[in-house]
Write a protein that binds this ligand. Structure first.
Ligand code: PGA
Ligand code: ZN
Length: 426
């Protein structure tokens, strides 16, 4: 047990070349921990607010005020606090900010400090963060959801659907899931290049495709899985993030790529058709964050067959999850949506209480920070979403999972893919 002896912060740069906050904690006994705030592009309106400087420099995105808050007010409040008491540290951060959306000191400042304390506490105990969080509990590696094509707000809306992803229900380990995904990613790139439809990579490293329709992305994914010598559905299944809040304008869902506007009912019918035609096992934010009726109706219609994930819809809020009333059956956990680790963990606990699944997730703006992999393993969250299979801010996280799986060895609980996705894995 040791108190916080020093708290530092600096402005560093994220994967989009934008400023972000890094916090560093030093304990009285000399342990150190560092945390970096990630940043979203397709954010939910209920997320903790980032504190950005505004003005013209760096597009208004600078974080000097957030950094000053950490080395000023937050440092003064936390010096001497017990670093291992994460709940007390986070409570102090929330009180100090004093706003419901963390807009005064900034969710970016708070999450960096919260993460830095967790790392310092783990260093103090001389344990990797995942082990420090898990204590004596046995743990498993999470099942990865990996993007192959990127669209939506991450690729200037070149396609409307934001993430075309794969999940490997048939893989026997985290490492094997990555190996299969690497084959699919290669095959998908080769297919696009062959027909001149490859336009680079989007913000999370997935291919930036020139599709003529959103459904073409599904057909291409199935083709890529087959080209890789794997069985669509049984070995490798599909997952989507529609990020539908981004498509919702003037009371309808605008599919710009197809020059169509759909009502909630029409979008629901289209998604059900896709679930019939393609080996889809998970759909995130199928409807806008305000479209509760459609979210409930879709969950009633498809929730027994597929995972329906609320991202913008729940914004990692325990309160929203407890009020879900039959909307979705899974929640995305993004620490910076909540603002602190304690609130993120509370949302996961609420999910477990309500029989909801959960997926720890990165943001589209990321860094070398690999904390989320440790959170997924340490908290026992059985799925992880990090983006695609390229760009080092993504690969650093997948690679960290490989190291943890190796360190766990035979002590690991069974890898949960077949339990979570049995229909696809037959
Ligand atoms: P964001 O997108 O990080 O840009 O918000 C990720 C997601 O929608 O899952
Ligand atoms: Zn999402």
């Amino acid at each position: 047990m040791s108190g916080i002896a020093e708290l530092r912060a600096r402005r560093i740069w994220d994967s989009r070349g934008r400023p972000t906050v890094e916090a560093e904690v030093l304990t009285a006994s000399g342990a150190r921990g560092r945390g970096i705030a990630p940043a979203g592009a397709s954010t939910g309106s209920g997320e903790a607010r980032e504190l950005r400087d505004g003005g013209t420099a760096l597009g208004g995105l600078d974080v000097q005020r957030a950094v000053r808050g950490v080395i000023g007010e937050i440092r003064a409040a936390l010096l001497g606090s017990e670093v291992a008491d994460q709940a007390a540290v986070d409570r102090r951060l929330i009180e100090l900010d004093g706003t419901p959306d963390k807009s005064r000191l900034g969710g970016n400042a708070l999450v960096a400090v919260s993460l830095a304390c967790a790392h310092a506490a783990a260093a103090e105990a001389d344990l990797p963060l995942w082990r420090h969080l898990a204590g004596e509990q046995p743990v498993a590696l999470p099942v990865p959801q990996i993007q192959i094509f990127g669209g939506g707000a991450h690729a200037r809306a070149r396609v409307d659907v934001q993430d075309y992803m794969v999940i490997c229900p048939g893989a026997g380990s985290f490492a094997e899931a990555l190996e299969w995904t690497a084959e699919v990613y290669r095959a998908a790139g080769a297919r696009l290049a062959k027909r001149g439809a490859l336009q680079g990579v989007a913000d999370e490293g997935g291919y930036w495709p020139a599709f003529k329709s959103n459904e073409e992305g599904l057909a291409e994914l199935v083709g890529a899985i087959e080209d890789a010598g794997l069985r669509p559905g049984a070995d490798v299944a599909l997952a989507l993030d529609v990020a539908a809040s981004q498509l919702w304008r003037a009371g309808a869902y605008q599919l710009a790529l197809e020059n169509r506007s759909l009502s909630s009912e029409q979008l629901l019918a289209m998604l059900l058709r896709w679930v019939e035609r393609y080996p889809i096992v998970s759909i995130e934010d199928p409807f806008a964050e305000t479209d509760r009726t459609a979210m409930q109706a879709f969950t009633r219609a498809a929730g027994d067959r597929i995972q329906i994930v609320g991202d913008d819809y729940f914004v990692t809020s325990e309160r929203r999850l407890r009020a879900a009333a039959g909307a979705c059956n899974a929640v995305l956990l993004k620490p910076n949506q909540a603002g602190t680790l304690t609130e993120t963990l509370a949302c996961w606990n609420a999910a477990r209480d309500s029989g909801y699944r959960a997926i720890v997730s990165a943001r589209s703006g990321e860094t070398e920070d690999v904390s989320i992999v440790h959170l997924a393993v340490g908290w026992g969250v059985p799925q992880l979403k990090v983006g695609s299979f390229s760009r080092s801010e993504r690969m650093a996280k997948w690679n960290e999972g490989i190291r943890i799986e190796e360190a766990l060895g035979a002590r690991a609980l069974p890898y949960p893919a077949r339990r979570l996705f049995p229909r696809a894995g037959r």
